[in-house]
Design a protein around this ligand. Structure first.
Ligand SMILES: [Zn+2]
Length: 140
C-alpha cells in the first residue's frame, strides 16, 4: 500500500450530501462555462482551471476502511469515492461511478457494482466476526 496516499486528510461521505445537482461555473481553456455539479461533488469548480473539457470531473468525499494492523502506524486499508467526468472517451466515466483504491491500484465500479461490493463487505464482516469468535473459544 502506498503510504503517500494514506497521509491525506479526508472527510467521510454522509447521506445528506446526496441531494440535487447545482449549476456552477468553471474555467476551460480560459473561458468561464457553467456546468451541472452533482450535490455529492466536493470539487471547487470555481477555483479549478481546466485545459480541456475532459479535465472537468466531479469527485465526492472519501469513505475509508480502516484496520489496526500489527506493527504499522497507518491503518487505512481501502478507500472509496464517487467520480464522474463531464466528457470522457471512457463512456462509463460520464455517469457516476465508484473508485475503489487500495493504495497501489484503483478500480472503478458501476453504482450497481458498488452496491454489490457493499453487500459483499457486510458478508465479509460477518465472516470475520465468526473467525474471531471461534478464536476466542466460541462456536462457529
Ligand atoms: Zn462537481
Amino acid at each position: 500500500m502506498a503510504d503517500a496516499k494514506l497521509s491525506g486528510t479526508r472527510v467521510s461521505a454522509t447521506s445528506n450530501t446526496l441531494t440535487t445537482p447545482r449549476l456552477v461555473s468553471t474555467v476551460v481553456s480560459g473561458a468561464e462555462i457553467a456546468i451541472q455539479c452533482p450535490s455529492w461533488c466536493v470539487i471547487d469548480h470555481a477555483e479549478s482551471s481546466n485545459l480541456y473539457l475532459e479535465d472537468v470531473r466531479h469527485e465526492s468525499d472519501y469513505a475509508d476502511l480502516n484496520a489496526k494492523v500489527i506493527g504499522k502506524a497507518d491503518n487505512l486499508q481501502l478507500f472509496a469515492r464517487l467520480g464522474q467526468s463531464l466528457v470522457s472517451t471512457q463512456a462509463h466515466r460520464m455517469a457516476p461511478y465508484l473508485v475503489l483504491d487500495g493504495g497501489d491500484d484503483a478500480e472503478e465500479l458501476t453504482l450497481d457494482g458498488a452496491d454489490e461490493f457493499a453487500d459483499n463487505l457486510v458478508a465479509f464482516a460477518a465472516q470475520i466476526r465468526e473467525l474471531t469468535r471461534a478464536a476466542r473459544g466460541g462456536t462457529r
